[in-house]
Design a protein around this ligand. Structure first.
Ligand code: ADP
Length: 474
């Protein structure tokens, strides 16, 4: 099923959606491709003519109505997320509530789009800056947060007065269909939101990037694909927002609360099976506490319960697909070949109730810079522990990556925390905080982790153009 110009469409081309925990088919859906994307863009272009003229209050009302409808379907939405993505049900529920909160937040922000009056340098002139929606936006989202990545883009876009063509990941289109059902039920005017679902990501992507009618592209996914999309968007000089990969360092100083730091890794490394762009990728423990820290980390990691996300008590669900599972095996093999020691996990997990893509939560000691895991994004449940001796050394090591999304630091020394805040070259810093993500804050990376921000007032600006008006009072 795909949704264009206010209507659901079926086609002869079908795709099966499978549960990564059991490999059972959850649903078989109609899909589309480049041609339908063209039609969707045209619908969004037509709808923009009137949507851009709506008041903030009107757009706010549509978003609030969607919030209400989604709130009534929290359990159903959470169930779908777990089925198609694999994450434990309580985490899926948290994602749904998070997804709703973006709509809620931007329903309020839609009313607060201000321009400015500037002081003139001529007595007979008036100068002002007005803010207007960018236009038709293409949005491409990943499978790791199949619902909240959609609302994090669509809520500010709609609040700003933009219209949208969304392409969700082929692994997780069912969550997208559900949220579009809510948009439909909320009565959004036809063409304001459009949903194209299909396996030809490249073909759909090409339509979105090459169209002169699409004025902005917002993407969350891999750095590899993000770079291609930026290149392809250059010909039409689109605005772009890119939320790409990361390689987060997690630094535990000798003065840290060790137990707190261990619990932080549980969250930052193993939630969502490590499939989060701000997931910890490199754990650095100060040499003087490394042994104690590693011992506690291995013990807690071994306690995590692996299983189907629908089973009560599951901490770690499956990986999304076989490619991810193979990558885990390769990273561990490479580390072991380079003298790493696996202290817990390290293997494919043989799940008795299904054929899914499970990998054991893993802790590796004696990690070194020449290992693949030291530079390649893991996106899975493996925590390599490196050691360091000085603050100067760790700043250099932590920053020694092409990525710049999130970094974590554990210390009780305020001065050190502030120094790290300034020295770490990442867009998001958690100091004694493994979850530095809130709706009002700017989420986004620097370096090859992308450009642009999502969340809060910062996220809204991405969908607005500033227009300068100079008036001569003759
Ligand atoms: P991952 O490897 O984690 O799946 P991707 O960057 O490949 O990350 O995927 C993120 C999103 O980008 C998905 O919706 C996917 O379908 C889409 N995608 C992948 N390749 C392309 C492409 N060439 N053009 C447009 N979208 C793409």
């Amino acid at each position: 099923m795909y949704y264009i110009n206010g209507e659901w469409h079926e086609s002869d081309q079908k795709e099966q959606i499978t549960n990564p925990a059991t490999l059972e088919v959850i649903d078989t859906i109609s899909v589309c491709g480049a041609e339908e994307t063209k039609v969707a863009i045209a619908a969004a272009k037509e709808a923009f003519k009137s949507w851009k003229k709506t008041t903030g209050d009107q757009r706010s009302a549509y978003l609030s109505k969607t919030v209400k409808l989604m709130k009534a379907r929290v359990d159903e939405l959470a169930q779908i997320i777990t089925l198609e993505n694999g994450k434990p049900l309580p985490d899926a529920k948290r994602e749904v509530l998070g997804a709703i909160s973006y709509l809620d937040w931007y329903a309020e922000e839609a009313k607060r789009i201000y321009g400015e009056v500037l002081p003139a340098s001529h007595k007979d002139k008036s100068l002002m800056v007005i803010k207007q929606p960018v236009g038709v936006c293409g949005a491409i989202t990943p499978w790791n947060f199949p619902l909240s990545m959609i609302t994090r883009k669509l809520a500010p876009a709609l609040a700003a007065g933009c219209t949208v063509v969304l392409k969700p990941a082929m692994e997780t289109p069912l969550s997208a269909i559900k949220v579009f059902e809510c948009f439909h039920e909320a009565g959004l005017p036809k063409g304001v939101v459009n949903l194209v679902i299909g396996p030809d990501a490249e073909g759909i992507g090409k339509e979105l990037t090459s169209s002169t009618d699409v004025r902005k592209l917002t993407f969350t996914g891999s750095t590899f694909v993000g770079k291609k999309l930026v290149r392809d968007s250059a010909d039409t000089m689109k605005k772009v927002s890119m939320e790409l990969g990361g390689h987060a360092p997690y630094i535990v100083f000798e003065d840290a609360d060790i137990d707190l730091a261990v619990e932080g890794v549980m969250l930052s490394k193993f939630k969502n099976s490590g499939q989060t762009c701000i997931s910890t990728n490199r754990v650095y423990a100060h040499k003087s506490i490394a042994e104690e820290f590693a011992e506690k980390l291995a013990k807690r990691t071994a306690e995590l319960k692996i299983g189907d996300g629908l089973e009560e008590g599951t901490d770690v669900g499956p990986l999304i697909n076989k490619k991810s599972l193979d990558k885990m095996k390769e990273q561990v093999e490479d580390a072991v070949k380079n003298n790493a020691k696996v202290v817990t996990g390290g293997n494919v997990y043989d799940y008795e109730d299904g054929d899914g893509y499970f990998f054991e939560p893993t802790v590796i000691l004696n990690a070194t810079d020449d290992m693949v895991i030291a530079s390649e994004e893991t996106f899975g449940p493996i925590a390599p522990v490196f050691t360091f001796e000085s603050e100067e050394e760790i700043v250099e090591k932590a920053n020694n990556t092409l990525y710049g999304l999130a970094a974590y630091c554990y210390t009780k020394n305020l001065g050190r925390g502030l120094r790290m805040m300034k020295e770490l070259e990442f867009g998001i810093i958690g100091i004694n905080d493994p979850a530095p993500i809130v709706i009002q804050a700017p989420f986004g990376g620097i370096k090859e982790s992308g450009m642009g921000k999502e969340g809060g007032k910062f996220g809204l600006e991405e969908y607005l153009e500033e227009k300068f008006v100079s008036i001569y009072e003759n």
